[in-house]
Design a protein around this ligand. Structure first.
Ligand code: SAH
Length: 478
């Protein structure tokens, strides 16, 4: 390692910046965002600061005269960007005076170099490659950006605020460290990362026995946390970064029938996996039993994930589950997922809205004939409304007759989209009048129905048009 990563305190003095053009403006942006004070020699006389944040610009002091005679007293670093030969001469002076200097892209003239930076408030990650490849440094930074929670800086700030008063109450060093590990890894940390800072502060002040908390879980004091996670429609690459992180952190995962094996593969290897949904042919354990399992696991101090197909709040009974958790005083958070309707739309290129053609979307469920009986079809006759039906395979005949009886045109395009985003996805497109026949073309669910003119824009419909198949029963599979 030639360059040691250290963090420079920007409060202790100005940075001398010498240069011109886009290079110097890029450095200005970086330094001002970091909070630096800057003494700037614009070597081409152009002091324009358009595009820079006004608050930051106030920290720029314009310097006149020859940069070679600049006063280096109190200067914390010298930076040359686009300054050419002048930059080299200034750099030599800075080196002689022992002031750290960077000449952009010129390692030979520099005594320090800039890392690629991940900036999350109090948490800052610097990535360096010893000046050999900024592109590699940027790739590494992107990977770190993806795995670091957005609010990790908030978590550091939260701990920073509480460290002194809490540490004063825990004298033993080891216990202290354990205490903060439990905060970071446990429900209080999860609350901060979920943006619930006030609740986290309350939970922290509610801990009566600080040393006991640090000594848990043997003492049973630590409480777990439940995360409701949307698994999306099947493709594991459609998991959100947060969802992936929750799966990687989990001690136990309670999952539904519709969660794909590929998504289950992303769960931390050592976590226990508990299926709680309906299994093929067998009923599930029931909603109340699920609530009980979640609460028990959380109270036993586990990091619990409740993994649901699609989004937890779209026909997923997520609402009932958070109410049960609230009632039991268990900390929880919710991570959205891509709902099957959106997965179908993206996969089969079916825009759910379309300027002038589709101005509204309704998400509807009609599981059985009797559910279909409860739907007020007259609210769904608007030609400019796209209707997305969940659990609609069995009730397809009732959906068709309900819509037709209410007055929606039998010529309305419909699509039946099965196992969307998975490798065995299938689509059948045609007209509302033929909905039952379309459903029969599909080799099993889960499937979503999309009803509305927008289906005519879909990829399967276009394919069928190109291949000149019968227009009253358009079928495109695979
Ligand atoms: N919470 C889920 C919906 C659960 S209801 C979500 O947001 O997607 C279950 C219904 O969702 C299924 O009957 C089916 O209509 C639909 N569904 C779920 N996964 C699907 C998939 N991969 N392809 C098509 N439809 C799917």
């Amino acid at each position: 390692m030639r360059f040691l990563p250290v963090f420079l305190d920007l409060q202790t003095g100005p940075i001398l910046l010498i240069g011109q053009g886009e290079f110097v403006r890029a450095k200005l942006r970086l330094l001002l965002a970091a909070g630096a004070r800057i003494r700037w020699y614009a070597t081409d006389g152009n002091r324009g600061t358009s595009g820079l944040d006004a608050g930051g610009v106030a920290r720029i002091e314009h310097a006149d005269g020859d940069p070679l005679t600049a006063d280096l007293t109190g200067v914390i670093a010298v930076l040359c960007a686009g300054a050419g030969e002048v930059g080299h001469a200034v750099a030599a002076r800075a080196r002689a005076a022992g002031v750290p200097v960077n000449v952009m892209d010129e390692l030979a003239h520099s005594t320090f170099i800039f890392p690629a930076i991940v900036d999350r408030g109090d948490v800052v990650v610097a990535v360096g490659t010893g000046g050999s490849s900024p592109v590699v440094a940027r790739r590494v930074r992107e990977k770190i950006e993806a795995i670091l929670p957005a609010r990790i800086g908030d978590l550091a700030g939260f701990i920073g605020r509480w460290r002194k008063p809490i540490n004063a109450k825990i004298s033993d060093g080891l216990l202290r460290r354990r205490f903060w590990e439990r905060i970071v890894d446990g429900p209080i940390g999860a609350l901060v990362l979920a943006g619930k800072g006030a609740e986290a502060a309350k939970a922290l002040t509610d801990i009566n026995d600080l040393s006991g908390y640090a000594g848990a879980p043997e003492t049973g004091v630590v409480e777990g946390h439940v995360t409701l996670v949307g698994a999306g429609p099947g493709d594991p690459d459609l998991l959100t970064i947060k969802a992936l992180r929750a799966l990687q952190d989990a001690d136990v995962v309670f999952y539904d029938e519709l969660v794909s094996p590929e998504v289950l593969d992303r769960i931390r290897r050592d976590a226990s996996r508990v299926p709680v949904g309906r299994r093929v042919g067998k009923p599930g354990i029931g909603q109340n039993a699920i609530h009980k399992l979640l609460i028990e696991a959380a109270k036993a101090g586990q990091r619990v994930v409740r993994l649901k197909g699609g989004d937890p709040f779209v026909f997923g009974r997520g609402g009932e589950e958070i109410e049960a958790l609230r009632g039991a005083g268990v900390a929880y958070s919710v991570i959205p997922g891509i709902t099957a309707g959106l997965g179908a739309a993206a996969m089969f290129e079916t825009p759910l809205t379309y300027r002038g053609e589709a101005l509204r979307i309704t998400f509807l469920t009609a599981h059985k004939e009797k559910d279909a009986d409860q739907v007020d079809w007259s609210t769904l006759t608007d030609e400019k409304m796209t209707v997305v039906v969940y659990m609609g395979m069995t009730a397809a005949p009732a959906i068709r007759s309900g819509l037709l009886a209410a007055g929606r045109s039998p010529q309305t395009p419909v699509g039946v989209f099965a196992r969307v985003t998975r490798s065995d996805a299938q689509a059948a497109v045609g007209l509302l009048d033929n909905l039952s026949a379309l459903v029969e073309q599909i080799d099993g669910g889960p499937a979503i129905l999309i009803i509305g003119d927008v289906v005519a824009h879909s990829a399967p419909w276009q394919a069928v048009q190109i291949n000149k198949l019968a227009s009253d029963l358009l079928v495109a599979a695979e």
